[in-house]
Design a protein around this ligand. Structure first.
Ligand SMILES: [Zn+2]
Ligand SMILES: [Zn+2]
Length: 139
């Protein structure tokens, strides 16, 4: 995958289109997958922008796409979707959690992160049954 900002924005547009389609077909797995891809590409664009500022035209396109995708982004939809607190805290990565797609811990009732196995945040009491997952590859 290329890290050229223009190509990233094109990918973003594709993902948002696919997200809209997944949403219209009511497919939670696809919705989550696309939302995750959108978050990742937005993150990369943010990085690219901090290294060398993107053109106003590109920024404008990014804002438009964000607006189009906004309905399913975790910042705006509280209920069934959120971000793994542990992946975010330890690795700075936003891993989407979605009750409709990911497994739920039987002990604490929180959705388990597919990446690291985290469930209830220690801020809320933690969970004795967290299943730690250790990933070999850390980018
Ligand atoms: Zn996690
Ligand atoms: Zn748990």
């Amino acid at each position: 995958m290329s890290d050229d900002p223009l190509e990233m924005v094109e990918r973003l547009t594709e993902y948002v289109d696919e997200l809209a389609e997944a949403r219209s077909q009511n497919k939670p797995g696809a919705i989550k997958g696309r939302t995750q891809l959108i978050l990742n590409v937005l993150e990369k664009l943010r990085e690219a922008h901090s290294t060398s500022p993107l053109s106003l035209g590109l920024i404008d396109r990014i804002q438009k796409e964000k607006k189009r995708a906004a309905l399913e982004l975790p910042e705006t939809s509280g209920n069934y979707q959120s971000i793994c607190w542990d992946c975010y805290k330890t690795r700075g990565i936003k891993v989407l959690l979605d009750k409709r797609v990911d497994s739920v811990c039987r002990t604490c009732g929180w959705v388990q992160c597919p990446e690291c196995g985290a469930c209830r945040d220690p801020k809320f009491g933690g969970c004795p049954d967290r299943s730690f997952k250790v990933k070999g590859k850390i980018s």
